[in-house]
Design a protein around this ligand. Structure first.
Ligand code: ATP
Ligand code: MG
Length: 506
């Protein structure tokens, strides 16, 4: 009986798999693939992607990952038909219907970040796209909106291409990885976790190879030293014999000359080997991995209270957004404000900053604007037409060009073509790094960070955690990224719920 059930189950499973593959097959013949042929993207001297070839089958779920500024947004913009590649082409079928939501950085909208994204997503979905392109879609989303987006994307049956640094999104909806790095795109057909495993494995074997080569190098050097020492001694002995007219025996003369020749041969051989080792090492290090090195400093005034708000409320043109605001923060305390999208978190930060379009009531006491370091979630404090260097020069006119370049260097804004670029062309992550460089140039009394983790790559995020952990001053942070928050030392947790400010019960 049991075996009968097992056979029926097996037939049922096979039938199901067959139906699935028939459906996939039908989709594949109904929808032709999209082809990338010898695609290259560059901006002036900067080569982002070189000679990229790929086939995107209908229903693929591709996650584009890579460091800030590597060219991910440029790649997805080419697919969306917004920019043209410098070389190569895309061959797409006639029935392609693209829905595209760009990386939202600043588009001068009055909506909150999360609202902006949802509006753009609804517009894109209303076209009933069979190819959906999303650039950093979870940036501004609160926990509920993230969940809703992820489950919608899981159900979406068309071709999905997402640029993201968000590991949860990658783990849940992606089955193919495109990794943009050092001018090329590595394609991995498989899930994100498997890709990470593979990367880890590669890294480990690379490290062990480097250790091995270093060992060989040291050994070679030691042997060479010994041989040279022996050869030198033999020569000295030979010369001494000649001086004292003690002619060496035929046997010992031959031995000496053999040993010198061996030493010379060895030397040549070892030098040759060493050169090989060095070249191998160099080839392993071809792709330098850049890690940011910046630090943030503060003006610390001990336990002096620097923000004091009692019975405060704030809003726009008489429209009340947040009430019951009671905050007391000394010059070393770290505070976080959480709340759903559009609950008024950014409005509260702008009120603390003294923004005149925000009306306030109650008692408000906070530092002068020039003593506040502010990272705005859409980076609007970066003048779009000024270059990276000019942005820093505007606040630090006494710094020499070399000092400015040195400062920018630790924020990974290093090359001439990067620092001479008007900020409007910077990638999302580059804008974050420049905003932080601007804050670091003048240590503030208070730091206001609005959605700091948006747009930054994993390396910058890891570095920022270290920076904020050792930050000596006060900060107020808005962040939806719980992983990030858990790694910081926060003194005060607040929330905004239905327009009311309160201490978060933890
Ligand atoms: N119009 C332009 N002119 C000059 N350089 C540009 C232009 N557009 C982009 N770049 C540069 O090209 C590089 C790639 O930009 P892109 O926006 O594609 O990066 P990204 O991988 O999406 O980065 P992020 O993760 O920070 O969003 C960046 O260094 C950027 O400064
Ligand atoms: Mg981008």
């Amino acid at each position: 009986m049991n075996s009968y059930v097992a056979v029926v189950r097996k037939i049922a499973i096979n039938l199901f798999l067959l139906l699935l593959s028939v459906e996939t097959f039908m989709q594949l013949i109904q929808h032709q693939a999209i082809y990338f042929s010898d695609l290259s993207i560059s901006y002036g001297q900067k080569q982002c992607i070189d000679d990229f070839n790929a086939t995107i089958y209908y229903g693929s779920r591709i996650g584009i990952i890579g460091r800030n500024g590597s060219g991910k947004t440029s790649l997805i913009k080419i697919l969306a038909g917004i920019i043209e590649p410098n070389d190569g082409k895309i061959i797409a079928p006639d029935d392609i219907n693209v829905g595209y939501v760009p990386q939202l950085i600043d588009d001068g909208d009055i909506l909150s970040g999360g609202q902006r994204f949802n509006k753009r997503l609804s517009e894109a979905l209303s076209l009933e796209p069979n190819v959906l392109l999303l650039d950093e879609p979870t940036n501004h989303l609160d926990v509920k909106n993230r969940k809703a987006l992820i489950s919608m994307l899981k159900r979406y049956s068309g071709t999905l291409i997402i640029v993201t640094h968000d590991r949860e999104l990658l783990r849940n909806v992606i089955d193919t990885i495109w990794h943009v790095a050092n001018g090329s795109v590595t394609i991995f057909n498989g899930r994100y976790e498997n890709y990470l495993e593979l990367q880890k494995h590669k890294e480990q074997s690379l490290e062990s190879r480097i250790r091995d080569l270093n060992y060989q190098k040291t050994q070679a050097h030691e042997t060479l030293m010994k041989e040279q020492h022996r050869a030198k001694n033999s020569k000295v002995r030979g010369e001494k014999h000649i001086k004292e007219r003690k002619w060496p025996t035929i046997g010992s003369a031959a031995k000496m000359s053999r040993s010198v020749t061996t030493a010379v041969d060895n030397k040549a051989r070892i030098l040759h080997n060493k050169q090989g080792v060095v070249e191998e090492l160099q080839s392993l290090y071809v792709h330098e991995v850049l890690i940011p090195k910046f630090n943030l400093d503060a003006v610390v005034l001990g336990d002096k209270t620097i923000v004091n708000i009692s019975d405060g409320s704030c809003g726009y043109n008489g429209l009340l957004i947040v009430s019951n605001i009671n905050i007391s923060l000394n010059s070393m305390e770290k505070m976080i404000i959480r709340g759903d999208n559009a609950s008024g978190k950014s409005t509260l930060l702008k009120a603390i900053l003294g923004d005149i379009i925000i009306s306030k009531s109650g008692e408000w006491c906070f530092p002068n604007i020039q003593d506040i370091g502010y990272l705005e979630q859409h980076y609007s404090q970066l003048d779009a037409n000024k270059t990276v260097v000019e942005i820093i020069y505007a606040v630090m006119p006494t710094w020499s060009h070399a000092e400015i370049r040195d400062h920018l260097n630790s924020f990974l804004l290093r090359k001439n073509e990067e620092v001479n670029l008007p900020t409007q062309y910077l990638s999302g992550g580059e804008k974050v790094r420049l905003s932080l460089a601007l804050i670091a140039a003048r240590p503030p009394k208070l730091l206001l960070l609005d959605e700091i983790t948006n747009n930054i790559d994993l390396e910058t995020k890891a570095h920022l955690i270290q920076v904020l952990r050792s930050y000596p001053g006060a900060f107020i942070l808005i962040c939806h990224d719980n992983d990030f928050i858990h790694q910081l030392a926060i003194d005060k947790y607040y929330q905004i719920n239905n327009g009311t400010f309160s201490i978060e019960s933890r």
